[in-house]
Design a protein around this ligand. Structure first.
Ligand code: NAD
Length: 476
């Protein structure tokens, strides 16, 4: 079996020296396609030394020169995006068209941070005494430990790398073990663009072993994690114990509120396309569809029709609109959510059964009249299940939308300005998108509140996450 050379430390690629290796699967066939080298503690020690050395080089490189290197990396990623997209689809499963958007879009994220890094402005504060100067300087926080997941192997990782590097930090990134190859090519593009050795290090391994070791290290000054709430809670606690700053981008359970004054067919079609993108494995995916009673039946039927019409298959087949799930854990989880919802009284409109083909497939599934007691209404499904329920008035639906501990994304559809303002003001969510899908651009903050985590990636907030504030007071 081919072993992927996956570990980048101090500018050199290796297979890592851990006794264990990972197994990489093609989720469309279930086939074991490669093994993955894992990093041992000795490798992590080398990565920490490299990141400390890399930080000293990189923080002294001017923001202007860092920006030039990052822009080159953006160009290289775009040039290589077709090849990177094939790797995303092979290991993660999404349709090639979606993978191409992800890979090409990574260039945009890098460009944004390349520009924003040149604007890490401080300020001058008027002094009390004449002849004094009071300055606020923004400085890179130090070496970063970043942990990124498998649902968007490139776009999750690139935000962390580009943000850290633009600010002047070095980074040790742990990529997702299920989907390593596109992450490796992303890092190669940064390396080929001229990022000095030690500034960007990539490792894979036993996740808890790596996070535990890196977060405790004195070298690491900042943690960034994207993944599930329980893991985020554990890493946040450890980071707190060691007084490390932390950005946590965790799960969501996004409400999708449809008022009775909209074009029902158009909103149902948009809702279905958002729901089933990446087979629903998106933290900001709409999951709880609340539809006003007067248009409820029409919405359920239009949404179900759109879901049923989707062509499910291998991501590299030209006509595929939804690929497999990324791993067998998600397939088992989907079946359990559907069985539970039906047992407590939901109606199955479409899908609902693990399909018989090889690979990790689950069909687009629509559940109607789902009771609040169903697990899928309060646990993040992270898969292709839409739960639809009726509501009568806005106050009631806002209460339902806010009832969960999650607060990442929320969507609402109405033609009334008053309703739109009320929803924007009252929804407890880090991101609210009204009448379209308008989140996740490089220049806009992406992040949650409540159990969905804290801190933002993207926007000027994304750079702030990697900067500290130094006050300098000077006379004479
Ligand atoms: P999981 O909780 O086991 O892992 C989630 C991610 O965290 C994976 O990338 C994993 O490698 C990493 N991880 C796990 N333990 C870790 C540790 N101790 N230290 C560092 N990293 C660690 O769940 P899973 O089965 O891989 O994914 C399913 C759940 O994860 C979903 O329900 C969803 O909530 C969440 N998830 C969220 C996102 C997101 O974009 N926020 C992405 C992927 C997964």
């Amino acid at each position: 079996m081919r072993v992927i050379e996956s570990i980048l430390i101090d500018g050199h690629w290796s297979r890592g020296s851990h006794e264990q290796q990972g197994a990489v699967f093609n989720p469309a066939t279930g086939e074991h396609i490669a093994d993955l080298g894992f990093a041992s503690h000795a490798d992590l020690d080398r990565a920490l030394v490299a990141a400390a050395k890399g930080f000293e080089v990189w923080r002294k490189t001017s923001a202007y020169d860092r920006s030039k290197i990052l822009r080159r990396a953006a160009d290289l990623v775009r040039e290589r995006s077709d090849a990177i997209a094939e790797l995303i689809t092979l290991e993660q499963g999404k349709p090639l068209a979606e993978a191409r958007m992800e890979a090409f879009g990574a260039g945009d994220h890098i460009d944004w941070y390349a520009e924003e890094g040149r604007r890490a402005y401080g300020r001058v504060i008027p002094p009390r005494a004449r002849g004094a100067r009071q300055m606020v300087l923004r400085e890179p926080i130090g070496p970063v430990a970043a942990f990124s997941p498998w649902n968007f192997p490139v776009s999750q990782l690139v935000r962390k790398i580009a943000g850290a590097l633009a600010a002047g930090c070095s980074i040790i990134a742990k990529g997702p073990e299920e989907t390593p190859s596109s992450c490796i090519e992303l890092c190669r593009a940064f390396q080929d663009a001229g990022v000095p050795p030690g500034v960007l290090n990539l490792v894979f391994g036993v996740p808890a072993e790596i996070s535990d070791y890196l977060i405790r290290s004195e070298v690491i000054r900042k943690i960034s994690f994207t993944g599930s709430v329980p893991v985020g809670r554990a890493l946040g606690a450890l980071a707190g114990q060691h007084l490390k700053r932390c950005t946590l981008e965790l799960g969501g359970h996004a409400p999708f509120i449809v008022c009775d004054d909209v074009d029902v067919e158009a909103v149902a079609a948009l809702g279905a396309s958002l729901k089933f993108r990446n087979a629903g494995q998106i933290c900001a995916s709409p999951t709880r569809f609340f539809v006003q009673r007067g248009i409820y039946q029409q919405f359920v039927s239009a949404f179900s029709k759109a879901g049923a019409a989707l062509k499910v298959g291998a991501g590299d087949a030209a006509d595929t609109q939804m690929g497999p799930l990324a791993n067998p854990r998600r397939v088992a989880a989907m079946q359990a959510y559907v069985d539970d919802a039906l047992a407590v009284g939901a109606t199955l409109a479409v899908g609902g059964q693990n399909t018989a083909q090889p690979g990790f497939f689950f069909p687009p599934t629509v559940l109607a009249d789902v009771p609040d007691s169903a697990r899928v209404m309060h646990e993040e499904p992270f898969g292709p299940i839409a739960s639809i329920v009726a509501f009568d008035d806005l106050e009631e639906v806002i209460g339902k939308a806010n009832a969960l501990p999650f607060g990442l994304a929320a969507f609402a559809f109405t033609r009334s300005i008053q309703r739109a303002i009320l929803l924007a003001d009252e929804l407890q969510s880090g991101m609210v998108s009204i009448n379209h899908f308008g989140i996740a651009a490089p220049e806009t903050p992406f992040g949650g509140i409540k159990d969905s985590g804290y801190g933002s990636e993207g926007g000027s907030e994304g750079l702030d996450a990697y900067l500290t504030t130094k006050f300098v007071s000077q006379v004479g």
